[in-house]
Design a protein around this ligand. Structure first.
Ligand code: GDP
Length: 290
């Protein structure tokens, strides 16, 4: 599995110029720091605050120490995710646009659940595209877990209902519901999301227990706009950031708390089934510093 440092190579190739051990950030022009932060999609407001803070030297702490403190504060308190034991199964619905990494993330989460001795089920509810859930079915075979999916044209809400029903029957601990990769501008597909929630809730009250947005880190600040639009349709309870290993715009993570107030729970650091790690703010900020 790729480590945090390796995974953030691209972001560090930009941000790293400010923070790497080779660069003396203490003596850099503030304007240069500002430009690099903005290019990495660190929010403009935070960049301005950093610039203001760094403009005036203080003997109390180095720039690097002050920056670390500011960035960690911006990320806020970490929320550790724990699978709920009761009610069983813990149903998690994954949302996002096509290609964001939903299917891969669902499989990675199933693998993590198994690693903790739990019995997961994967649900492929993408009935919008032909063979929409076949990729997830392949993953379920690879991971070795239960699967319920729907054919093209089937009612996605019905597929989700069946998955929860089957998971109850099979005594599964976790259900990961992969949804159709919708563009947030496509209203009928967005309307389907609350319908799916109502349908699952009919079979198991309170489900889905979590709704997570899967965000592609290479989108930078645009990922925040996407998440806001989804959040208006179904309230999000968590964020999974994928492809952090290939992004030069990871600075957008500093917008998540203030713009969405939804915790970043996991990060994808590679394509493999083991490449999903709980979000670690300290490791993330450390990696940016090189
Ligand atoms: P979906 O359309 O949202 O279900 O997206 P997929 O799960 O099919 O993923 C789209 C592509 O992104 C695939 O080639 C995945 O292997 C790749 N991918 C997903 N997560 C990650 C990640 O964390 N890092 C990298 N490098 N690639 C990823």
């Amino acid at each position: 599995m790729a480590g945090w440092l390796g995974a953030l190579k691209k972001t560090r190739s930009i941000i790293g110029k400010v923070f790497s051990a080779k660069t003396n950030i203490e003596e850099m022009e503030v304007e240069e720091i500002e430009e690099i932060l903005l290019r990495s999609d660190v929010p403009a407001r935070l960049t301005m605050e950093i610039v203001d803070e760094l403009e005036y030297p203080t003997r109390k702490a180095s720039r690097r120490e002050r920056l670390t403190a500011m960035l960690l504060k911006e990320l806020g308190e970490a929320k550790t995710f724990v699978w709920q034991a009761e009610p069983k199964p813990h149903v998690i619905m994954l949302l996002g646009v096509n290609g964001s990494g939903k299917t891969t993330t669902a499989a990675k989460l199933a693998k993590r659940a198994q690693g903790q001795g739990l019995k997961p089920m994967l649900c492929g509810s993408d009935t919008f595209r032909a063979a929409g859930s076949s990729q997830l079915k392949l993953w379920s075979e690879k991971v070795g877990c239960d699967f319920v999916g729907g054919e093209m044209g089937h009612d996605a809400a019905g597929v989700a209902f069946n998955a929860v029903d089957s998971a109850l029957e099979k005594n599964c601990d976790v259900v990961l519901v992969d949804t159709a990769g919708r563009m947030h501008t496509k209203t009928p597909l967005m309307d389907e999301l609350p319908k799916m929630c109502r349908s699952m809730n009919k079979r198991l009250e309170g489900s889905p227990h979590d709704v997570w947005m899967v965000l592609d880190a290479s989108l930078g600040q645009n990922a925040i706009i996407q998440a806001k639009q989804f959040n208006e349709v179904v309230p999000l309870t968590g964020i999974v950031v994928t492809k952090l290993d290939g992004s030069s715009k990871a600075g957008f993570l500093f917008s998540v708390r203030t713009e969405l107030n939804v915790p970043i729970l996991f990060t994808g650091l590679g394509e493999g089934e083991g490449d999903l790690v709980p979000f670690d703010a300290v490791a993330f900020v450390d990696a940016l510093f090189g």
